[in-house]
Design a binder for this molecule. Sequence first.
Ligand SMILES: Nc1ncnc2c1ncn2[C@@H]1O[C@H](COP(=O)(O)OP(=O)(O)OP(=O)(O)O)[C@@H](O)[C@H]1O
Length: 463
Amino acid sequence: MATFVRPRVNAWCDQKKLQSEAAEHRSLGVGKRTSSLPLLGTCERDEALPSSRGQDELRSDSASADPVLLRGIFAIGKQSCDVVLSARKLSWSPIQPEIPGDVLRTEFQHKEEFVELKDIFAIKLKRRRSVGQQNEGTLLGITIFICLRKGKNKLKDSTINLNNISEEHCNSWFRQIKDILNGFPNRPKSLKIIINPHSHKKEARQIYSEQVEPLFKLANIQTDVTLTEYKGHALSLLKECQLQEYDGLVCVGGDGSTSEVVHGLLLRAQIDAGRDTDSTFMPVRAQLPVGIISAGSTNILAYSLHGTKHPVTAALHIIMGHLQPVDVLTFSSHNRLLRFGFSSMFGFGGRALALAEKHRWMPSSQRREFAIIKTLANLKPEDFELLFLPINCFQAGSQRGSRKEKKEMIEEYVYQDQWQITNGHFLNISIMAIPCLCSVAPRGLAPNISLIFPLLRPILLKK
Ligand SMILES: Nc1ncnc2c1ncn2[C@@H]1O[C@H](COP(=O)(O)OP(=O)(O)OP(=O)(O)O)[C@@H](O)[C@H]1O
């Protein structure tokens, strides 16, 4: 018998995207999708253009709740600019000599661009050092590193150079912006990195060193890297290591590695909290958030959290401190904890996955096809008894009432304590706490699940 209780783990992911998706869930598909990570408010860079909302809102705010902290002159590109740092944004507009009667020029002068401070992840003093120069080099200005949205789900890093050769001027701007960045919550300063060098095409190490590590270094994040040497290494490491030294854990690997890390982290939390996992227990949360850098074959966890397996996107979510609690399932047998995990399959799915696992020496796509075909050839229904708390979003949504009433109806239903039982012969039962998105199932194996409006989703396939 397997039972499921849900502890939670914090993950670094696209929280805003999830929130807007959950809003859609709650309003039963009536709501409008509002992706919101408007980053650089510029009229020249289309990719970064926020909605017109961004600029107008920030302008009207700036007069009232956004006091000016610094104002000065920097060259940006080839333009001399009037640059203003306020509590919420860094804005600049080109300085042009005023010619009486030249309306166009006067209008251009007032064209403002800005970046919100929450989208800045690092700042550096920019210096040029010639060959053989002993000191730290000639100051050129400040470089600001920002996070831009690229397409629907991806993030990318970009820079803005504020050029000015005055040490005093640049230092005061550098310190002020640095202080603001240090004040943002959830941005990690020290991370434990666990890399499975054998994941999928054995690229995890390279992905980390080429795409992720440079960004962590830019953001001044201290890292402590372990390359796993065997299956179960991450688990034994997490049982013993000094977690208080870190602000988070990052796993570079596939779904198997990440699940092992999450299991290890939650198990450690239960042990530290004195929970007896050999009898019925109420699980506690994991002590640290988990970041997932995908380097595996299917990457269901990374897709479900970020909507993409793009490692730079995951790294930027971690650096920017985009935290989101995610439900985890507890699998136990006769009240003894077996494992924490995000999903499980019984019957066909479970057998196929177990068979694929036994044939790890095969290339991953071949292994999966082989396992599916072989399991299908021996397909037979199995006897299951399933106890569950039901919810029917569509039924609730089809009734009349305001959006708020519909939301309350669903939530009331979720919290009902009426277990239902279903018995019978099933070909497959899948239980999922996350949508289980991947490249072959872009809407997910359980598309009705949202990470911030979680429901346990059983998928039954009966003969
Ligand atoms: N050094 C190692 N040698 C062998 N196996 C390892 C090692 N480190 C971790 N593992 C195990 O390898 C398994 C699969 O790894 P991972 O999930 O990272 O990559 P994958 O090959 O893409 O697999 P998946 O199909 O799960 O995505 C995990 O269960 C993990 O515990």
